[in-house]
Design a binder for this molecule. Structure first.
Ligand code: URA
Length: 428
């Protein structure tokens, strides 16, 4: 089971366990054999744990990423008339930036091929959000993606099964072996899919804070640097922004709620923090695509909203259909007058998830209308009895568990609250 083409999986595990870099031949062979089913789960699990502890050298990680890409197809978008540029977010609470960014950057003249995933845990998934729109479909063929990029300029759809299939198998194994939190493995997993999707440029939004995958800034920086150098190794011009995720973004977390908020931003309004992060990311994307345009203006002049409507229609959706609304809305009120001093992102994400907006297992359905709306942000004055949060759900029996998640997460004090920057660092 373990030997073949001159390699032995036990040697690969031992080499990594003892801190030696795997050779290109070992890497290609082990990834290919794992996908083919000729190397066992327990052996790759041991290898992943050795990588978790020992890390990978840059050339080794680049080859590991290549091997994952080579396990499937690599989309060729080189024939498009517009430059391609995509964005990836490591995920945050209330992070509906992708919904705005793809049509916004398309309206400015670039093409955005955004192959996305679904939510798992307390951060939402872009596809789940868009599926709140009546008729919208996420499954497009590669030809449909190409055609839509040419005609509309943006597409947000599901990554097909042919894209980096090795990552799907490795990710499932990492999930059950406590090896998800390895920087080289995360970087290879994210970048293999983005490189395979065919974009020539990429902006990474690496979220840092309590509501993010990376709570520690040094680790977030290391992840960002690792991904930027993997992108460049593969001729994808890549930069990363580290952005704050201690407080949730915008005013809502939940699928239809976030679509409504994205449409507000596309219409030239919406919460300022969301507008600021979106415009900062759009400027980076346009710089990489070498397109001169002002994204803030495209939000004001209606062109971003037009691109959004065209994208939704092209994917079978009705942009004018009313979005689903939750039949039950429970208010959470301010216990006293003062200043909101804390609105903790992770707790709000967990509350939205428990109200039905997210899933525990990847095959679970999600509620389109469930979620949390917040009416104040840290630093805002509130009066006793004001509604600070609304809990939206289809099933009122879920409210108790959502409230439990919010214990200690929303505090009213005497302020003041220091202004915290949203964009923390640029890496690239
Ligand atoms: N997202 C991915 O696609 N892969 C990881 O390993 C972590 C987050």
């Amino acid at each position: 089971m373990s030997a073949g083409e001159g390699f032995d999986v036990v040697d690969c595990i031992r080499d990594k366990r003892d801190g030696r870099a795997l050779t290109a031949g070992q890497i290609d062979w082990v990834v290919r054999s794992y996908v083919a089913g000729t190397v066992a789960d327990e052996q790759v699990a041991a290898l992943l744990m050795a990588v978790y502890w020992r890390g990978m050298e840059p050339a080794e990680l680049s080859r590991w990423t290549d091997a994952i890409i080579e396990s499937g197809e690599r989309v060729d978008l080189s024939g498009l008339s517009r430059p391609t540029v995509d964005k990836h977010s490591t995920g945050g609470v209330g992070d509906k930036v992708s919904l705005v960014l793809a049509p916004l950057v398309a309206a400015c003249g670039a093409a955005v091929p955004q192959l996305s995933g679904r939510g798992l845990g307390h951060t939402g998934g872009t596809l789940d959000k868009l599926e709140a729109i009546r008729g919208w479909r996420s499954d497009l063929s590669v030809d449909e993606v190409r055609h839509q990029l040419e005609s509309v300029g943006c597409v947000i759809c599901a990554a097909g099964p042919g894209l980096a299939p090795a990552d799907r198998k490795l990710y499932a194994l990492r999930d059950v072996t406590a090896t998800v939190e390895s920087i080289p493995l995360i970087a290879a997993s994210i970048m293999s899919k983005k490189i395979a999707e065919g974009t020539r440029a990429l902006v990474l939004d690496v979220k840092v804070g309590s509501g993010a995958f990376m709570t520690d800034r040094d680790r977030a920086r290391e992840l960002a640097r690792t991904m930027v150098s993997l992108g460049r190794d593969h001729e994808v011009d890549t930069v990363a922004l580290l952005t704050a995720m201690d407080t949730p973004l915008g005013r809502s977390a939940g699928n239809a709620l976030e679509v409504a908020e994205a449409v507000e931003v596309l219409s030239g309004g919406g919460p300022q923090d969301l507008v600021d992060v979106t415009v900062a990311l759009a400027e980076e994307m346009l710089r990489l695509a070498r397109v001169e345009a002002d994204p803030a203006r495209a939000l004001r002049d209606g062109s971003a909203l037009r691109a959004w409507r065209e994208m939704v229609v092209a994917q079978g959706g009705d942009p004018d259909a009313p979005l689903p609304r939750a039949p039950h809305v429970a208010p959470v009120v301010a216990p006293r007058s003062g200043v909101l001093t804390r609105l903790e992102a992770r707790a709000l994400g967990v509350a939205a998830w428990r109200l039905g907006a997210g899933r525990t297992r990847k095959e679970d359905p999600v509620s389109a209308s469930a979620g949390v709306v917040w009416h104040a942000r840290p630093g805002d004055e509130v009066r006793a009895g004001d509604t600070i949060l609304e809990l939206h759900t289809e099933d009122p029996s879920r409210v108790g568990r959502a409230l439990a998640a919010l214990e200690g997460a929303v505090l009213v004090g005497d302020g003041p609250v220091a202004d915290a920057p949203l964009v923390l660092e640029r890496i690239g």
